[in-house]
Design a protein around this ligand. Structure first.
Ligand code: SF4
Ligand code: FES
Length: 359
């Protein structure tokens, strides 16, 4: 049994208000087993969670889902975030948020909006989302966001079907008035793992896209901020997933379970505490799941003696478990991992099959 590691202050809270969503994206990061509507935390509980988060040092809350617009009390929840003194960011598919709701959210103190787009080509975008007309509704809501002078970020999740259009997607974000784009390659957990072979790009596609993003950054310097994350399966080093386990962020599921990251429930044997039974501070500092991989004492070789260990914290625990069967192993994306060859093999499995859309 390892000694408990002192917890640093968290900075961000991901509030998964609901797993309900009208879209069915095949790379959705929600778990395969979704929380039910009747088990969702109510607005009063969320307000308490936000106050407790602020007291812990959290600065920013991401109101996410599923689709947060599926909550009838979203305005009340947003106001509670403001009242707690948190900077609030709405992460939305845009389907389910009307212009009238958006105006109310802005009045309630919403600080920032993130809208995901699936592709620059509308037909492909709707196909990926599994929802006809989604793309048009996203564009329309983006216009409303800008009209209300709310800062807008466009998220684009990149995979084999849209990776050739990164540049067009950035142009679309610019034309919509976004101040920032976030280009994220699919991360293979949840539904994306199920669809991995249908989503996986080739190494050539990834290399072209990475070079393109560099050129776009230069071309649009001063007009739009472009944040991009290199895709895991083609990297040599892993990312410090969620900034390191139990270091920066807290994830609360619709039913109130508190996780160190959105995918943590894939790791068997972890004990997650619930905000209905414990304060957020108690959970952050003492819950077994947060303590499990906090710091570096839990590491085994090659991480244990590696000079990178305080930088990447051994990468993603969820990915380590999903690929190697051992959550304490180095993330196999790391070229020093004895399982790295497996990642390369999996990156070569590409099958043009229909997506399994999330339920
Ligand atoms: Fe990171 Fe572990 Fe790889 Fe070192 S061996 S670079 S700590 S994943
Ligand atoms: Fe869980 Fe990376 S998604 S640690």
């Amino acid at each position: 049994m390892l000694a408990p590691v002192n917890a640093p202050n968290p900075l961000g809270l991901l509030a998964e208000l609901t797993h309900r969503c009208p879209l069915g994206c095949p790379y959705c990061s929600n778990p395969l087993e979704l929380d039910k509507r009747d088990g969702e935390l109510d607005a009063a509980n969320w307000a308490r969670v936000f106050r407790e988060a602020a007291a812990l040092g959290v600065l920013q809350v991401h109101l996410s889902g599923g689709e947060p617009g599926a909550r009838r009390d979203l305005v009340e929840i947003t106001k509670a975030a403001r009242d707690a003194g948190l900077y609030s960011n709405l992460i939305t598919s845009a389907v389910g948020i009307t212009p009238a709701t958006l105006a109310k959210l802005s009045e309630a103190g919403l600080d920032h909006v993130q809208i995901s787009i699936q592709d620059s080509e509308q037909e492909s975008a709707d196909h990926i989302a599994g929802y006809k007309g989604a793309s048009a509704r996203k564009r329309a809501l983006a216009v409303e966001v800008v009209k209300l002078r709310l800062p807008l970020t466009i998220n684009m999740v990149v995979h084999r079907a849209n990776i050739a259009r990164v540049s067009d997607m950035v142009d679309l974000a610019l034309s919509l008035g976004a101040g920032r784009v976030e280009i994220a390659h699919v991360q293979y957990y949840g539904w994306a793992l199920k669809n991995r072979a249908a989503l996986m790009p080739t190494r050539e596609q990834v290399e072209t896209a990475v070079a393109e993003v560099e050129a776009l950054r230069e071309r649009h310097h001063g007009r739009i901020v472009i944040d991009a994350v290199v895709p895991d399966y083609y990297a040599r080093f892993p990312k410090p997933c969620v900034g390191g386990w139990g270091r920066r962020s807290i994830n609360v599921t619709p039913a109130g379970r508190v996780l160190p990251c959105h995918a943590a429930e894939v790791i068997p044997g972890l004990e997650f505490w619930n905000v209905r039974e414990h304060s957020l501070q108690d959970i952050w500092q003492n819950s077994p799941a947060f303590q499990a991989f906090r710091g570096t004492d839990w590491m085994q070789e090659p991480c244990r003696a590696c000079p990178q260990r305080e930088k990447d914290f051994g990468g993603c625990r969820c990915q380590a478990f999903l690929i190697t069967g051992d959550a304490r192993a180095a993330d196999p994306v790391c070229h020093l991992s004895p399982h790295h060859a497996r990642i390369q093999e999996l990156a070569n499995v590409r099958v043009d099959e229909p997506y399994a859309y999330r339920g």
